[in-house]
Design a protein around this ligand. Sequence first.
Ligand code: FPP
Ligand code: MG
Ligand code: MG
Length: 329
Amino acid sequence: AVSAEPMTGFDATLRDRMAGIESALLAAVESDNPVLNEASRHIIQAGGKRFRPLLVVLGSQFGKPYDSGSEIERRVAVGAVVVELTHVASLYHDDVMDDATVRRGSPSANARWGNLLAILVGDYLFARATDLVTDLGLDIVRTYSAMFNRLVRGQIAETVGPAEGVDPREHYLQVLADKTAALISTSARVGAMIGGADPATQDLLADFGEQYGVVFQLSDDIIDITSDETGKTPGTDLREGVDTLPILLARRSTDPADARLLELLAGERTDPEVDEALGLLRKHPAIEQARADVAARAEATRRILDPLPDGPAKQALADLCDSVVTRTT
Ligand code: FPP
Ligand code: MG
Ligand code: MG
C-alpha cells in the first residue's frame, strides 16, 4: 500500500480531521451486497495519498475560522469524501482501459474481479459520490458536474489521440488538464466554497488546483517510466500507446544514437519492446528535460499562493508544490 505522505508535518487537528474523513470514506461505500461491499472498499483500503480530500480541507481554511463540530466542518468532510470517491471511481475505470493489473501495490479491481465488475463498481462509487454531493447544494452540484464532464472528455481525448494538425504537446497538456487537473481544481474550489471564502479566493484556489493538477500528472507520467516502486506496472503508458511528455521530448531527438529508441517509439510495441524502450528512456535526457518542466511549473504554481494570508493552510499547499518535484513514487 502507498502511504499517506502529506500527513507528515500536519498538526493534530488536521490529522484528526483527515482520520475522520478516512472513516467517512469507508462508511460511504458500505453496502448490503457482499460483492459490492468488498470490491468497493478494495482500492480505498489499498492506500492512497488522499490529497484531493486534503485540498478540500485546506481550501475551506481560507473562509470562516475553523470551528470543531460546526455545520461547515460536516460539509467539508462530505466534500472531501465526494472528491475521493470520484477519484477512486475513475481509477476502477482507468485500470480497465489501461489493462492494469496492479494499483497501489494490490491487484487492480479488474485483475481481481474482471472488467465487468470493475466497471460496475466504478459506477457504484460514482453513484455514491453523486448521492452525497446533493447534500452540498446546487452551486456545488453544478461545479461538480462540470468537472465530471471534463474528466470524461479528457479520458476520451487521451484514448482518441491528437486530431490532424494539432500539436501533440498541446493535446497532451489539454488531456492532463481535463482528466486530472479538473478534479484537483474542483477539490480546492469546493473546499473554499464550503468554508465561505470570497469569490476571488475561490478562483485563486481553483487556479492553484488546476496548475497543480497538471504538474502532478506530469510527474506521474515521468514516474511511469522511471520508477519500479509506484505500486503500478512501470511503462503502462508506453504499452498503451499514450504519448506522455518524456516520450514526446525523446521523439524530437536528432541524435543518431537514438535511432533504436525512435524506432521503438514509432509503432506498436510488444511487451519486450516496451521493456527495451523503458530502459533506453530511463537514461535519456528527455527525462531530465521533463523533470525541469515539472520543477518550473511547480514553482509557478506555488507563486499563485502569494496573495493568500500566511498560515498553516498556505504552508501545506506550498509543501505540496515541493513534494511534487521531489516525489519518486
Ligand atoms: C488516470 O490516468 C486516469 C484519470 C485521472 C481519469 C480517468 C477518467 C475516467 C476513467 C472517466 C471517469 C469515470 C467515472 C465513472 C468516475 P493514468 O492512467 O495516467 O494514471 P495511473 O498511472 O494512476 O493509472
Ligand atoms: Mg492508468
Ligand atoms: Mg489511464
